[in-house]
Unconditional design. Structure first.
Length: 110
């Protein structure tokens, strides 16, 4: 039985969707193996950054190139977990972190 007490939120960020989905799959299996109740993956708003650079200096300003970088974000909320189990999960995620995926864990103590 779960009591509905939120204990943590895990935020993920990446520029590559396949890497993000793979690491979230890994973390979800780790969470379920530890017996921590969790929500599904919440899709957070993506951040789109645009910038323009001249292709050559000085006189040829009309020739420019546009670039964009999209940061995709996801989150998982954890419920009713012991602080020791949550600490173990944080260390496990940090040990097996994947390059290209940023992870942030926000914990709440009672």
């Amino acid at each position: 039985k779960t009591y509905g007490v939120p204990v943590a939120t895990i935020h993920f960020r990446s520029h590559e969707i396949p890497l993000l989905e793979l690491f979230i799959y890994f973390v979800q299996h780790a969470v379920s193996a530890l017996g921590i109740p969790s929500t599904g993956v919440a899709m957070l708003p993506s951040r789109r950054r645009l910038w323009t650079v001249p292709r050559s200096p000085f006189i040829f300003k009309k020739s420019q190139e546009n670039f964009e970088r999209i940061t995709h974000k996801r989150a998982i909320k954890l419920w009713d977990a012991n602080a020791q189990v949550l600490g173990f999960l944080e260390r496990y995620i940090a040990k097996h972190e994947m390059g290209g995926v940023g992870v942030r864990v926000v914990r709440w103590e009672r």
